[in-house]
Design a protein around this ligand. Structure first.
Ligand code: FEO
Length: 172
């Protein structure tokens, strides 16, 4: 059993993970509309990753006998129009998610909630990966500069990403 405070914080994180999915879906739509279909695909796979993150927290709450409480999602708001600006936003967003997960670890430690801390270790590792992916794409964009052919190749490369996030709630 986990505390009400921790269950509330996990429910808040479910909202943040689902907002992340919503944001990446919106970004995917914009990139696809601009002709970057590969980048659009990469972002939609990111959408599935985020939904998996939300489902994993939801399943944990249920395993602990706590209720899943879904709140409304904010509207994704991003003014960025270029590929570089968009991935800068992705990196900044992931850094915000990392800070949110770290805050949860602090709460778990305060409460001596070892089970939740153990679950959160998976998310800590996942955030290293998430920030690394965004950073590597930004590095590639910097190398490409204003070369249109390079940007086209990056679009093709990112379009090769496959979905590895389980879509089945029970596999979370
Ligand atoms: Fe669920 Fe991209 O952090």
């Amino acid at each position: 059993m986990i505390s009400t405070k921790m269950a509330d914080r996990i429910n808040l994180q479910i909202n943040r993970e689902m907002f992340s999915a919503y944001l990446y879906m919106a970004m995917s739509a914009r990139m696809t509309e601009m002709g970057y279909t590969g980048i659009g695909k990469w972002l939609m796979i990111q959408y599935h990753e985020e939904m998996f993150h939300a489902m994993k927290f939801a399943k944990y709450l249920q395993d602990q006998g706590a209720s899943v409480k879904l709140d409304k999602l904010d509207t994704p708001d991003f003014p960025e129009k270029t590929v570089k600006e968009l991935f800068q936003h992705v990196l900044k967003h992931e850094q915000w998610v990392t800070a949110s997960i770290r805050e949860m670890v602090e709460l778990a430690r305060t409460e001596k909630d070892y089970a939740t801390e153990n679950l959160l270790n998976w998310y800590i590792d996942e955030q290293v990966e998430e920030e690394k992916n965004a950073t590597e794409i930004l590095q590639a964009i910097d190398l490409i500069g204003n070369n249109a052919q390079g940007l086209f190749m990056l679009n093709v490369e990112l379009g090769k990403r496959d979905n590895h996030a389980p879509l089945d709630f029970t596999k979370a």
